[in-house]
Design a protein around this ligand. Structure first.
Ligand SMILES: [Zn+2]
Length: 367
């Protein structure tokens, strides 16, 4: 489950209302529950049959009674708690009982497993029966289960706008009532809701909508690209001042030369260049792999990449088609997910080719 950004492009005026039918072809029926023209019945008879006939693990008690191996009555609290302080229950085989594996039908004879295929289809797959076969409703093209205009990407088309710094997106912290100190629990660095400031950033769904639906003529693409370049240049120069001509590791290369992934991790974590950049807070822990790859590029190549990616989203919806990085054949070319530059290049070309009156909208999607 994750959030990703989508750029909706339209020749006609975009509003949240107008975007509903545009994005509807990619809704996830299992979540939206909207049974429309995009939802089809998929035959799941084979899956249901396999689940229905699955072998069952059982316990035969001393008196011959057969019960499910996972029945609550076989689990007891033995004095151990898990990391969350919950009582850990352990399997205890009663005296004289034995563990056994039974066929689906044999277990069913003892009341274990699904009574009927119909129940199995419903519980296991949310499916239904029709003339002896089983089906599940689904939209095979599903891409999202929820979306909102802007959201986490709000203000993406506005130079220097940071939604987390917009006063409109801040509110008094409810955990400490704006005092910065919680009275109900002990926190090390002031209230954990607001970092001790008393003011916290609102949830992205409550953020002010700022420039999320615009016409191409109103989007300062050159400024956005210049800003992206300036930031890129500063970062690249700061990093290379620290690297000072030393070799920059590539995770892929390290991984290829090590048989054991543990050795590869060890080499990568202890690399002096990486450590120096981390100490200078120029690269992050989670993003280090990508950031080091960026630093392996020439300054000019990195600047080009940054300009191309100044305005970029994970996917684009245009003319009733969903394009995304990693999908084959978008705009007629073959790409793979790793090819950051071809996506950025084609994306920039697409945007530059739009007429000034074209409408675009930034959408925060979730799946
Ligand atoms: Zn607080």
């Amino acid at each position: 489950m994750s959030h990703f950004s989508v750029l909706v492009i339209s020749e006609t005026q975009l509003t949240e209302e107008a975007m509903r039918p545009i994005l509807q072809p990619w809704h996830e029926y299992e979540c939206t529950g909207v049974d429309d023209e995009y939802v089809i019945d998929v035959d799941i008879t084979d899956k249901v049959t396999a689940s229905f006939n699955e072998e069952q693990e059982v316990v035969v008690l001393a008196d011959g009674t057969v019960i499910d191996r996972y029945s609550d009555s076989l689990y007891q609290y033995m004095g151990q708690k898990d990391s969350l302080g919950m009582e850990k229950k352990e399997f205890v085989l009663p005296e004289g009982a034995i563990e056994k594996t039974m066929t689906g039908d044999e277990a069913r004879g003892h009341g274990i497993g699904y009574k009927t295929m119909k129940i199995c289809a419903k519980v296991e797959y949310g499916g239904f029966e029709c003339r002896g076969r089983f089906y599940r409703k689904t939209n095979p093209n599903a891409k999202w289960d929820w979306w909102t205009v802007g959201g986490r990407w709000t203000g993406m088309l506005i130079p220097n706008y940071d939604p987390e710094k917009d006063p409109a997106n801040k509110e008094t912290c409810s955990l400490c009532n704006g005092t910065g100190t919680r009275t109900d629990m002990v926190c090390q660095n002031g209230c954990n809701g607001c970092g001790g400031t008393g003011i916290k950033v609102k949830w992205p769904t409550q953020w002010a909508k700022v420039g999320d639906i615009l016409q191409v003529k109103d989007i300062p693409f050159t400024t956005l690209r210049d800003l992206s370049e300036a930031k890129a240049v500063k970062w690249w120069d700061d990093c290379h001042a620290i690297i000072a001509g030393r070799y920059i590791l590539s995770w892929d290369n390290v991984r290829e030369t090590c048989v054991d992934i543990k050795d590869a991790r060890e080499i990568f974590q202890n690399d002096p260049v990486k450590k120096d950049l981390e100490a200078a807070k120029l690269i992050g822990f989670w993003d280090a792999t990508n950031e080091l790859e960026n630093l392996r590029l020439s300054r000019a190549a990195y600047v080009t990449r940054s300009r191309n990616n100044a305005v970029s989203t994970f996917a684009v919806v245009k003319g009733g088609v969903w394009y995304e990085r990693g999908s084959m054949g978008w705009w007629g070319c073959v790409s793979d997910e790793k090819d950051v530059d071809s996506w950025g290049r084609e994306y920039a070309a697409l945007i530059d080719g739009l007429s000034p009156d074209t409408w675009v909208a930034v959408v925060d999607c979730h799946i």
